[in-house]
Design a protein around this ligand. Structure first.
Ligand SMILES: [Mn+2]
Length: 340
């Protein structure tokens, strides 16, 4: 069930979650693969909350953390397994958009007596015993803040910093339309008198390395405008990564260089992956619902930002996906032609 803050339904869910949280002794959290600021931020905020309330909380994380967020306090305490003999009262599934996209992480779910699923994505099915799914929230960190605020516990600086980074990154540093009065209100409280926001900004957005610059440069150099400039596409092959000694994370965010080109409707970035697979990132400027297209390829995301993984070589996949996006553009472009 999707609920929106504020409201009676939201209150009821929060009350159930707060009750579980305050009574739990041993907890763990899981989020989607390849953490972004919101996924890791929500895991670490819960971790710090538990630290300050005398609870044991394990942040399960299985992937290398991007440099932009790995400096957050508590990152080093992430683990890739749970002690076999420990009983867990409660697990938080953060941004667990679909069970099958969670891979082996799913096997940890039953280790907790109660599972709480928090998410702000559209069309997500609750995977918890208690679900708080709020599409109007900017981020999972915003939903988690609502819960933690309700406990009445004073949030530590580390906890507030993790939540801040989650909201900041999911709102594109407060530029996207999910930057609501509520998210700003929350952020004002998180900053308090001790978060140094310009320092956080620099660490997240002005933190780069040689490999990242090279990979982003390759994406930009290969930019192709298609369909009268309505579609923009670029690609990265496995050999680009190996040749430059770069990791997948170094290409993160590269699609932003494409999606801000004037006049485009859809930006596509194709990345070769192992086992004859290709990862495709989609961005829309608003008229095309890229989540709907990604769903056809067993992917998901938001209306304006989504992704999917397809089988095949990169040339085949590019041809297939570009043709599908072109079809989606037809109704969008039709009225424009009529205007002439
Ligand atoms: Mn998020």
């Amino acid at each position: 069930m999707n609920v929106s803050w504020p409201g009676a339904d939201y209150d009821r869910q929060m009350e159930l979650i707060c009750d579980q949280l305050m009574h739990a002794r041993n907890l763990f959290s899981i989020a989607h693969p390849f953490s972004d600021g919101d996924a890791l931020g929500s895991q670490l905020a819960l971790y710090h909350f538990c630290q300050s309330t005398g609870k044991n909380c394990i942040s399960l994380n299985f992937d290398p953390l991007p440099d932009q967020i790995s400096w957050l306090a508590g990152s080093a305490a992430c683990q890739n397994d749970l002690p076999a003999d420990m009983q867990f009262d409660l697990a938080f599934l953060m941004e667990t958009t679909e069970a099958r996209r969670m891979g082996d992480r799913v096997s940890f779910f039953p280790r907790a007596r109660t599972r709480v699923h928090l998410d702000h994505h559209i069309g997500v099915v609750g995977l918890g015993n208690i679900n708080l799914l709020d599409e109007a929230a900017s981020s999972t960190c915003e939903i988690l803040y609502n819960i933690l605020e309700r406990t009445g516990v004073e949030l530590s600086r580390d906890c507030r910093e993790a939540l801040y980074v989650g909201i900041m990154t999911d709102t594109g540093n407060f530029r996207y339309n999910n930057s609501t009065p509520r998210s700003h209100e929350i952020v004002a409280r998180l900053i308090g008198d001790d978060l140094v926001v310009d320092d956080i900004y620099k660490r997240v957005y002005e933190h780069t390395n040689y490999h990242r610059v090279v990979m982003h440069g390759m994406v930009m150099a290969r930019t192709r405008l298609l369909h009268s400039g309505r579609i923009v596409a670029s690609w990265l092959k496995n050999e680009d990564f190996t040749h430059n000694g770069a990791a997948e994370v170094d290409a993160d965010g590269a699609i932003r260089h494409l999606s801000c080109i004037n006049g485009i409707e859809v930006a596509l970035l194709f990345k070769e992956a192992d086992d004859n697979k290709v990862k495709v990132s989609f961005r829309s400027t608003g008229k095309v619902d890229v989540m709907e297209i990604c769903r056809e390829f067993s992917g998901g995301g938001h209306r304006m930002a989504a992704g999917a993984q397809l089988n095949g070589n990169i040339e085949e996949v590019m041809e297939l996906v570009i043709a599908r996006v072109a079809t989606a553009l037809e109704p969008v472009l039709a009225p424009a032609r009529g205007d002439k």
